[in-house]
Design a protein around this ligand. Structure first.
Ligand SMILES: *Cc1c(COP(=O)(O)O)cnc(C)c1O
Length: 383
């Protein structure tokens, strides 16, 4: 890394570490700092690199009301997976025409709720769902979610969702015959996707479906490229950025689709991840299995739940400097499963010292258990 960028990075971390020292004097840990400016910056980056794609923020990544309000102000749409998520964004002021119900399996009650609230765009991947949608949301615009490669993505999403592409025409036709509006195709290449080929292949398949549909008189006009846009979790990991994957994606879009196609996406991690910094403290230490062993006041049942559900690996930072030793980080609960990392290089730490993690705003507090063993997730502080 060039000297200059390294200096810049150290200064940035220095600023953050100064903040952390200040904040922990006032607030208890664990503390989740959510940075509104970072939300705005991620949104701006998305608009810059995928200028032709309208984003619907997937709120499952982090449904905090302040995040939703921030994105409402920025004019984004919202991807919701349940009636409760839908109610949440609508209550906060999102417009129904900017909400997509993007769970391919929806309960009848939730569909009726969508209909009542004029949420009219949704995904599906099977025939039975179409009957349900036709009954509870007559006339809805439906996008067929297809199964696509998730190679190299951290979280595999095609195991559970997506119709086989060769069923596409049959299913879109069926939608029409039930009085629905077959509007287009949706896919998800897997979360934290660093392999642009997944997007490109999915675009090829979608392009063929659009063409085939046209030949039988179905004019599809929405392509939903889902989420998966990657963020940086480690300072020095040869990160694949949105900038890297956006160019080839846009090029292929131009080649395969006509001018009337509306491109949309459902970024979750990309919008919320970089905004979150988790600050924890060492509450106990010992020496086990030939290494330092630190117990933190947050663990996999709470804000590190992404280790389990998101298959995420984080970079653990400390305010202490000095020689690093192989260490293990564990959470506070009475469960051996509550182990955060078995092998991490850390300077010698003591009770009260800080361990913090950047870029942990997505799939962290969102999937935390409220009170296991009496340990609450981090307090969330918006700045
Ligand atoms: C989880 C999910 C998203 C968000 O994915 P990211 O990888 O966080 O961008 C988008 N769409 C659907 C249908 C999802 O299930």
């Amino acid at each position: 890394m060039a000297k200059k960028t390294l200096a810049k990075k150290n200064k940035l971390n220095g600023g953050l570490e100064g903040n952390i020292r200040r904040l922990i004097k006032k607030h208890k840990t664990p503390l989740m700092l959510m940075n509104r400016a970072a939300l705005i910056e991620q949104h701006a980056k998305f608009k810059r690199y995928l200028s032709n794609v309208f984003p619907y923020y997937a709120i499952k990544a982090n449904p905090h009301p302040e995040i939703i309000k921030t994105f409402i102000k920025l004019g984004t749409g919202f991807d919701v997976a349940s009636g409760a998520e839908m109610k949440m964004v609508l209550d906060l002021g999102a417009l129904p025409e900017k909400v997509i119900f993007a769970n391919t399996i929806k309960s009848s009650e939730d569909l009726a709720f969508a209909h009542k609230n004029k949420v009219n765009l949704m995904t599906f991947d099977n025939e039975s769902e179409l009957y349900k949608i036709a009954k509870h949301c007559p006339g809805a615009r439906v996008l067929l979610r297809i199964k696509v490669d998730n190679v190299g993505s951290t979280v595999e999403l095609s195991l559970k969702f997506g119709a086989e592409p060769d069923q596409a025409i049959f299913l879109l036709r069926k939608a029409k015959s039930l009085g629905l509006k077959p509007a287009g195709v949706a896919f998800h290449v897997g979360s934290q996707c660093v392999n642009v080929e997944n997007y490109l292949k999915a675009l090829d398949i979608s392009g063929s479906i659009f063409n085939e549909a046209k030949q039988i008189g179905l004019n599809l006009d929405i392509l939903d490229i889902g989420g998966g846009f990657p963020i940086r979790h480690f300072d020095n990991d040869g990160h694949v950025s949105l900038k890297d994957i956006a160019q080839p994606i846009k090029k292929k879009m131009r080649r395969l689709f006509n001018k009337n196609t509306r491109f949309i996406a459902e970024p979750g991690r990309f919008f919320a991840g970089p905004a979150g910094t988790l600050i924890t403290q060492v509450i106990g230490r010992t020496f086990r299995n030939n290494r330092n062993y630190y117990y933190l006041n947050d663990g996999v049942y709470a804000d590190f739940s992404g280790i389990v559900f998101d298959h995420c690996r984080y970079e653990y930072k400390t305010l202490s400097r000095g020689q690093k030793f192989l260490s293990t980080l564990a959470g506070p609960t009475c469960d051996s499963f509550d182990t955060i990392s078995l092998n991490v290089d850390l300077p010698e730490l003591d009770v009260g010292n800080i361990v913090y993690v950047k870029n942990i705003g997505a799939y962290s507090c969102a999937s935390a258990v409220p009170n296991f063993n009496g340990f609450k997730p981090a307090k969330i502080l918006f700045r």
